[in-house]
Design a protein around this ligand. Structure first.
Ligand SMILES: [Zn+2]
Length: 131
């Protein structure tokens, strides 16, 4: 059974999408609340805490990390967004190039047919002169 801690901290509630008073709660030993976790990257660790919004009662987990790590994550996220924008721009350029190529291909196809007709006409003239 969850147990609320007295007081609370003004922090971001994902459900309210606003800063609200949230209390730390304990969910029991089986959930290892407030345990330091390590992922497959040993330099990534955080202090987990279960919180309950006092406004909407939404329960969510938070992870306390160093500000330098948060800064790194922010920079990486910005870089990913930048790369996505570059890919979108490149996609538009590729589509424009494909359209232009298709258009030029159609023109060349028509020119080729005209050229074939000309060559055929010339061959007919030559053959007629040889007879
Ligand atoms: Zn809330």
């Amino acid at each position: 059974m969850a147990r609320s801690c007295p007081g609370g901290t003004g922090m971001y509630c994902p459900k309210c999408d606003a800063i609200k008073t949230c209390t730390a709660i304990s969910a029991g030993k089986e959930n290892k609340v407030q345990t330091r976790y390590y992922t497959e990257n040993p330099d990534i660790n955080f202090f987990r805490r279960k919180r309950e919004c006092q406004e909407c009662s939404y329960v969510f987990d938070t992870g306390e990390i160093s500000l330098s790590f948060l800064q790194e994550l922010t920079e990486l996220r910005s870089e990913i967004d930048k790369r996505h924008r570059e890919l979108d721009d490149q996609k538009l350029l590729n589509e424009a190039a494909a359209d232009a190529l298709e258009s030029q291909s159609a023109i060349l196809f028509k020119e080729r047919r005209k050229l074939k007709a000309l060559v055929s006409g010339i061959q007919d003239i030559i053959e007629a002169q040889e007879k």
